[in-house]
Design a protein around this ligand. Sequence first.
Ligand SMILES: [Zn+2]
Ligand SMILES: [Zn+2]
Length: 272
Amino acid sequence: MLVRFWGVRGSTPTPQAENLRYGGNTSCVEVRIGGQIYVFDCGTGFRNLGKQLIQESNGAPISAHIFLSHFHWDHIQGIPFFTPLYSGKDSSFIFHSSNRTRGPQRAIEEQMSDPYFPVDMNEMAAQRKFYDINEGRVEFDQCTVTSMWLNHPQGCLGFRLETKDKVFVYATDNEPGHPQFDKNVRKLAEGADVLIYDAQYLPEEYEADRRGWGHSHWREAVNVVMESGAKELILFHHDPDHTDECIDSVVAKAREHYQRVRAASEGMEILL
Ligand SMILES: [Zn+2]
Ligand SMILES: [Zn+2]
């Protein structure tokens, strides 16, 4: 299993010099298992993944399973700019997500409707399917993906991808402090080889004025990794105002409590 980070920033892209070592594109993580591609979220990093896939495929059809945690801009904004969706009728993209008000298909398509974008999603050549997965389990040939709700305004799904010997967990946009969701995230993360977790705020920022905004901090991330028995923690969804230096200091502090911690950076790869 190969994990690649295409976008690691939360909320909004940050193309600023002081942020570029970790990266300014919003959430997008790719997982490859054999030849199969699984994508977790389609923030602006999704655009660069698209370019890579076009280059790699050399004209052959491309297919991927795409899991969307939720529909806030920083998790969908790359979709209109993902060129494989326009590339040919033999390519296919299967979206797995859940939306309580509109359903996942409408929620995805409406971001490209008039007057928000000049090209309608129906004009995309590639085949598209949309599944409303809610909480549950999706089975593929080489893996299964389990989804559970997290604590975030308008809802957010966390995902656990399991092969026969490895476990990858993607749990972002989650605020601590709600008994059921605190339990959900620990259950998702149980014994995982790698846990990607929301560490948007500093604990002191959270305490000061960011309760109820739907995000976590590095101290809670350390709690989750230790209490769930996950092996490695990847801090993710960095705050737009956190510079590279700030993130370095967060990693150093987190390592005083748990050794295997890194902060996600654009282009980082993990081979499991
Ligand atoms: Zn987000
Ligand atoms: Zn969100």
